[in-house]
Design a binder for this molecule. Structure first.
Ligand code: NAD
Length: 357
């Protein structure tokens, strides 16, 4: 498929290719939509095997950000950037600053942040060249590590799902199976533990698993056994595509609610969960805490206000679950409808003329 065909298929507004010979920067910035506001999305640095693979990834991720921001009720559009290269070998101050200048030249249509292969220190270099960067160090007025905020959002979403399924939002006495006890999984385990829930966890990293066992007394299982844990809630907090043909019939949970991106291998797995009566909290809604957190940076960061906004994910998840029931559609479809309806309506609002100086 040609580049313009790929770009027009899902209605992207703008895709920019950046090359800077002295630093070796090869970057693509994709802006999917700015209907609701500037397109905010992280910059991923990855050794893509081909330029086509990089383009496919950035387009998919940018569109995902449009939906995430829209469903979270933020005045943000969707965008994303990728830098082609190995972050361990090719990342340098100069390359990051060259990328920062590319971002600045878009005059705020795109705002960057960290993603896979980039970190808070990289954002510091980028910020020398552009105002349009978030996810900065707390000492520089930024929001710092987003994981505790994301975890709080997931915890809030878990409670909303419990309210819908069991008629009671409390996690006391409920079993939560957490897959992945990294930054988000660790903090989620803490919330569940504090509320009197039972946590069964797994991780491929012994070190990360030991930490949650030590701090929150969790029970552990082997990575492959997490799907069959007898529990109320399964919380994927590691990698994507974990709801697939191999795992779906092993699940004993009533709810799937976790931080990982793209949990459904294919949409049809979301249809299957709906048929089986397992409530799936759409990942891009329940894990929006990190985005809500960096969004707050645009208005002068305040952790308390960010947490308060993230707490509103309870209502966002509740509305989606209720729409799914009312219309007898899978929750992932309900979440897409919420995002698409909001974008359509706000586009309509923008049609009347306003004189601006
Ligand atoms: P992380 O890298 O800190 O933790 C991931 C953990 O999962 C690690 O401990 C890793 O060893 C473990 N893991 C990897 N593969 C596994 C497997 N097959 N089985 C069991 N454990 C496995 O990442 P994180 O920041 O905690 O993020 C977790 C997920 O949530 C990711 O998918 C991420 O994209 C998503 N997410 C994170 C944030 C955030 O604010 N950090 C925001 C939105 C979405």
């Amino acid at each position: 498929m040609g580049v313009f065909e790929m770009v027009s298929a899902d209605g992207y507004e703008q895709v920019d290719f950046w090359f800077d010979k002295p630093t070796g920067l090869k970057a693509i910035i994709a802006i999917h939509s700015t209907t609701l506001g500037p397109a905010l999305g992280g910059v991923r640095m990855w050794p893509y095997k081909s330029e086509e693979e990089a383009l496919t990834d950035v387009l998919r991720l940018a569109k995902g950000m449009t939906y995430k921001a829209a469903a979270a009720g933020l005045n943000l559009g969707g965008g994303k950037a990728v830098i082609i290269g190995d972050p361990k070998q090719q990342k340098s101050e100069a390359l990051l600053r060259a990328f920062g200048r590319a971002v600045e030249s878009l005059h705020g249509r795109y705002i960057t942040a960290e993603d896979m292969g980039t970190n808070i220190w990289d954002m510091d270099h980028i910020s020398v060249e552009t105002r349009y960067v978030t996810g900065l160090l707390a000492s520089k007025g930024g929001s710092g590590d987003p994981s505790p905020v994301t975890a709080y959002g997931v915890y809030t979403g878990l409670k909303a799902c419990c309210k819908e399924v069991f008629g009671d939002a409390s996690l006391n006495g409920k079993t939560v199976a957490i897959q992945g006890t990294g930054s988000v999984g660790y903090n989620l385990a803490k919330h569940v533990y504090k509320e009197g829930g039972r946590v069964v966890a797994t991780d491929v990293s012994g070190e990360n698993l030991e930490r949650v066992v030590r701090d929150f007394n969790v029970e552990t299982v082997k990575p492959e056994d997490i799907y069959g844990v007898d529990c109320e809630i399964f919380a994927p907090c590691a990698v994507g595509a974990v709801i697939n043909d191999q795992t779906i019939n092993r699940l004993k949970c009533k709810i799937i609610a976790g931080a990982a991106n793209n949990q459904l291998e294919h949409e049809r797995h979301g249809d299957l969960l709906h048929q089986k009566g397992i409530l799936y909290a759409p990942d891009f809604v329940i894990n929006a805490g990190g985005l809500l957190n960096v969004y707050e940076e645009l208005h002068g960061y305040n952790r308390e206000r960010a947490m308060q906004k993230v707490g509103q994910l309870f209502q966002a998840i509740t509305s989606i679950v209720q729409m799914s029931r009312r219309e007898n559609i899978p929750t992932y479809q309900a979440a897409n409808h919420v995002a698409e309806d909001r974008i359509r309506l706000i586009r309509e609002v923008s049609r009347t003329y306003l004189k601006r100086n």
